[in-house]
Design a protein around this ligand. Structure first.
Ligand code: HEC
Length: 447
């Protein structure tokens, strides 16, 4: 089990060694030693990765049709050809099914390298002010959440939920994904805790990455299908709250030392793991037993975190038009925000949440293109691991819809209808519960 913990600390070790005295792989231009990385404003652990996998085309003088250089932090901070920010565009191009970066014919970054690069661009490709590449001078991106601080010994209960082919809770036959097939499959499991628990960590268990596009783990407030069963599903879950998600480059969840994640218990609640499969191997049938490992305890932590709902249910999107809609959340008490997860449906294109501080200054909590087929949970706050908001601050969430259908699209749980929710995991639970939702449910902050 220590696998994820180990792999996380391995990531950290790797990050340090890439920035230490050892000269990192410098790619084609041969300049990426530690200190030149510091001079480009790129974190020392990110620079060698960009040089190695992007530099052959996006060098000082772009070649091979590449439209721009990617050699310094500022290269990632301007506008891209599609009008989006370059760091967001980079994030998207790393997973672009049609024309991914680096192109498929070129050497591909390892999962660890990809993760480091993604962490940096997801955080807005911030300029590093490090004086040198030594870790103590801040020379590493250091954007990774700390390695899971939760040892298994703190887990009173460990539950593994994995995909499976046959109905029943004990089946270990891998779920079969037909050749060239793409679809969503939901797997249902009972919540086995008899009394109130806190979730302390959730680790992804990745089995067959060749077919696994991404997955989301929900907790349903009432039973929606038989436990142990699975069925096709369509990405909409009106009675569920999101616990975690995984996409390439993603982590699980590891709560800070004095925080536990709220989880319902008893009777009719259940876990729903929605897996987006895409068999990219051609005609071959592929088996998969991916899933999650959830660690929970009855020894409740001092603080309880929960998913809160920002956004709006007032959605009116006319055919052929692009429209922005949203609402403002005014926290009633101090809230420590740990992650965000934008959720819309098929015509959702972009979500941003800005924090306007009591003094009028504005910070971006999240600002990213939205893709129904690529939903994720994004940690916030960089190395600090949290963003703190309080009374006097305002969180304005704006969803952009581009209605390319010939029908008026309104709010609703069908895939042909729309949603505009930013699931914000924050503690204490209820800190962002001011109501404003037209739909029943706790922890809504939409006015
Ligand atoms: C073999 C050459 C090559 C390599 C290697 C390469 N790219 Fe590209 N890149 C291109 C070409 C050609 C385009 C323009 C076509 C396109 O957008 O797909 C492009 C476009 C892009 C764009 C879109 C820019 C815009 O304004 O829309 C981004 C972002 C990008 N690359 C990032 C990267 C990153 C990050 C890497 C390394 C991880 C990388 N590329 C590696 C050739 C390359």
């Amino acid at each position: 089990m220590t696998k994820l913990v180990c792999s996380l600390s391995f990531v950290c070790l790797l990050a340090l060694s890439a920035c230490g005295s050892e000269s990192p792989d410098s790619g084609d231009d041969g300049t990426a030693d530690g200190n030149s990385a510091a001079l480009t404003g790129m974190p020392c652990d990110v620079k060698p990765i960009v040089d190695k996998y992007c530099g052959s085309c996006h060098g000082e003088t772009p070649t091979g049709g590449a439209p721009m250089s990617l050699v310094k932090a500022s290269d990632f901070q301007g506008k891209a050809s599609n009008g989006s920010w370059m760091h967001l565009r980079t994030q998207q191009k790393l997973h672009d099914p049609a024309a991914p970066m680096p192109p498929v014919s070129r050497p591909q970054p390892t999962p660890t390298e990809l993760l480091l690069l993604e962490r940096w661009v997801q955080g807005g490709a911030q300029t590093s002010n490090a004086a040198s590449c030594l870790p103590e001078d801040g020379g590493v991106a250091n954007l990774l959440p700390p390695a899971s601080t939760v040892p298994d010994s703190e887990c009173e209960m460990i539950v593994e939920l994995r995909t499976h082919e046959l109905p029943g809770l004990t089946d270990t036959t891998p779920y079969q994904v037909a050749g060239s097939q793409e679809h969503y499959e939901c797997f249902y499991y009972p919540v086995t805790w008899p009394s109130k628990m806190h979730i302390l960590k959730i680790e992804p268990l990745i089995d067959n990455a060749k077919v696994l596009h991404h997955f989301l783990l929900y907790q349903e407030s009432e039973q929606v299908a038989e436990n142990g069963s699975h069925q096709r599903c369509n990405g909409t879950h009106p009675t569920a709250s999101l616990l975690t998600g995984w996409a390439p480059g993603g982590f699980g969840v590891s709560l800070p030392p004095d925080v536990g994640l709220q989880t319902a218990f008893g009777g009719t609640t259940q876990f729903n793991m929605e897996v987006h499969y895409n068999n990219t191997t051609g005609a071959e049938v592929q088996g998969d037993r991916s899933g999650v490992r959830i660690c929970a305890t009855t020894k409740l932590r001092k603080n309880e975190a929960a998913a809160h709902w920002l956004g709006t249910e007032v959605i009116l999107s006319a055919p052929g038009r692009e429209v922005e809609t949203g609402s403002t959340c005014t926290p009633k008490e101090t809230a420590h925000i740990l992650s965000v997860s934008p959720h819309m449906h098929k015509i959702g294109k972009h979500m941003r949440t800005d924090i306007t501080r009591a003094d009028g200054s504005v910070e971006v909590l999240t600002d990213r293109p939205f893709d129904f087929n690529d939903q994720q949970v994004y940690p916030v706050g960089g190395a600090a691991g949290e963003v703190i908001v309080g009374p006097g601050d305002k969180l304005k969430t704006t969803c952009t819809f581009k209605n390319d259908t010939d029908k008026l699209v309104t709010y609703g749980s069908l895939t042909s209808q729309e949603m505009c929710y930013n699931f914000v995991v924050a503690w204490p639970a209820g800190a962002l519960d001011t109501g404003g939702s037209l739909v029943e449910g706790a922890n809504r902050c939409m006015q």
